[in-house]
Design a protein around this ligand. Structure first.
Ligand code: PLP
Length: 446
């Protein structure tokens, strides 16, 4: 403990104690499980204080910490997916720090509905008959399945029984929702007739799940949403689509796939569609549901809706984000959209400006800094296989690039870069205002 306090006097006592306990436990365990004496106890002991200080530091200073995303992946799951627009972040801070009319109608003084303003905006943006917003898309899917199909059968293609990451697996969610999974088709091919043939007296729902993080290519076939909707309509069975990542503006003319435009999914015949708030929408964590009135009303009345409701902070950020869409400010103000739509020439200019700036630094004399075109992904369970052309700054030095990438990651203000072909790569697409300053500082200390 004393050694830790000496090595870093700024560490609070509770963190130094927790760090000491953890490394002592680990060291004891290591020595106890080493009866033949292979480990070096002297080295182990010498390492205790610095490692305890490192554990202590990891517990202090706030979590999550702000990092610079120089990976070029706008929706990086490990880096928190979509960053909020500054205006949305300010709305969140205001809602957090004070009282608000969250569930109060200021005009009448009566109880209000926390979701009403958001749902009104979603309806304007999507033309959906009814809308709902919950904690995240996993809970939106759970709520929809539980409401529409509990105790009954749901038909899904074998090619869509996907794992999204972070232990979200479609079959597991279905089991939790108490629905019976009826698998149809094969991994690579499922036809409309497969769904139609599987319909029985206990069928409650046809489910379509977007393959958000992988592609199948080659000998493949998939029933379209329109075909599912026709089958559903013929048998009076609703169709639910888990779109995963959805936008509220149509980006198909800008080269993005049409299927991500969420409002159009209802037009193709889905009875309900759900997607995340913090993927391509560019807002806070949320699950958005669009659909027909009876289905959405039933979901609102489900007691589960209370368990998965949107908290006031996300609600404030989502409301601001939706208003930006309605105002026509989304493309310029919502970071993810701005990043996706930045012209290549602008990315090149930014990469050149950053490279020039970094090259001026004395620490750069031992490095070779250049710019190059590159390709990256959107990330975060969005647009698999869709590549983004970008421009990057590359840094080569005599040390292995993994070492520089690690030093950048461990800088006082961490910078996350990619490593490829022996160089560290900084992609300018995902840099936010002021990030160039942080990169310059970090690189000077590495
Ligand atoms: C991302 C994703 C989810 C989970 O959404 P969260 O908002 O992270 O809960 C569910 N389904 C699909 C298809 C997804 O892509």
């Amino acid at each position: 403990m004393a050694a830790i306090a000496q090595s870093d006097p700024s560490l609070p006592g509770w963190a130094a104690l927790a760090g000491s306990r953890r490394v002592l436990d680990e060291a004891r365990g290591q020595l106890a499980s080493d009866p033949v004496g292979e480990s070096d106890p002297v080295a182990l002991l010498a390492d205790l204080a610095p490692r305890a200080a490192e554990v202590a530091r990891s517990l202090t200073g706030g979590h999550p910490r702000r990092v610079v995303n120089a990976t070029g992946i706008p929706l990086h799951t490990n880096l928190g997916r979509a960053p909020l627009a500054p205006g949305a972040a300010a709305a969140v801070a205001a809602a957090a720090a004070g009282y608000s009319d969250l569930e109060l109608d200021l005009a009448t003084g009566r109880r209000g509905n926390r979701l009403e303003p958001i749902c009104a905006k979603l309806e304007l943006l999507t033309n959906a008959e009814a809308t709902l917003a919950v904690n995240n898309n996993a809970s939106a899917l759970l709520l929809a399945l539980d409401t529409l199909a509990r105790g009954r059968e749901v038909i899904v293609s074998r090619g869509e029984l996907v794992e999204i990451g972070g232990s979200f697996r479609v079959p597991d969610i279905m089991a939790r929702a108490g629905v019976d999974l009826v698998e149809v088709g094969t991994t690579n091919r499922t036809r409309a007739a497969d769904y139609a043939n599987a319909i029985g007296p206990n069928t409650a729902l046809l489910l379509k799940v977007h393959r958000s993080n992988f592609e199948v290519r080659g000998f493949v076939e998939e029933a379209s949403l329109t075909e599912l909707a026709e089958i559903g309509a013929a048998h009076e069975i609703p169709v639910l689509e888990d779109l995963g990542s959805g936008t509220l503006i149509d980006l198909s003319e800008r080269g993005f796939p049409t299927e991500i435009f969420a409002p159009a999914r209802l037009g193709l015949g889905a009875d309900a569609v759900c997607f995340s708030g913090d993927k391509l929408l560019g807002g806070p964590q949320a699950g958005i549901l669009l659909g027909s009135q009876p289905e959405i009303d039933a979901m609102r009345r489900n007691p589960l809706a209370r368990a998965v409701r949107l908290d006031k902070l996300s609600l404030a950020g989502l409301d601001w984000t939706l208003e930006a869409y309605l105002d026509g400010r989304a493309e310029t103000e919502i970071p993810v959209l701005r990043q996706l739509l930045t012209p290549l020439a602008e990315l090149e200019d930014r990469a050149r400006a950053l490279a020039e700036r970094l090259a001026k630094h004395p620490a750069s004399q031992r490095r070779e800094i250049t710019v190059a075109p590159d390709r990256g992904f959107v990330g975060g369970g969005s647009l698999p296989g869709f590549e983004l052309d970008s421009w990057v700054v590359t840094i080569r030095e005599s040390n292995h690039p993994d070492q520089l990438a690690e030093s950048l990651r461990r800088a006082a203000k961490p910078v996350l870069a990619r490593v490829r072909d022996g160089v560290v790569v900084l992609d300018v697409r995902t840099l936010l205002a002021g990030d160039e300053d942080i990169i310059e500082q970090a690189l000077a200390t590495c």
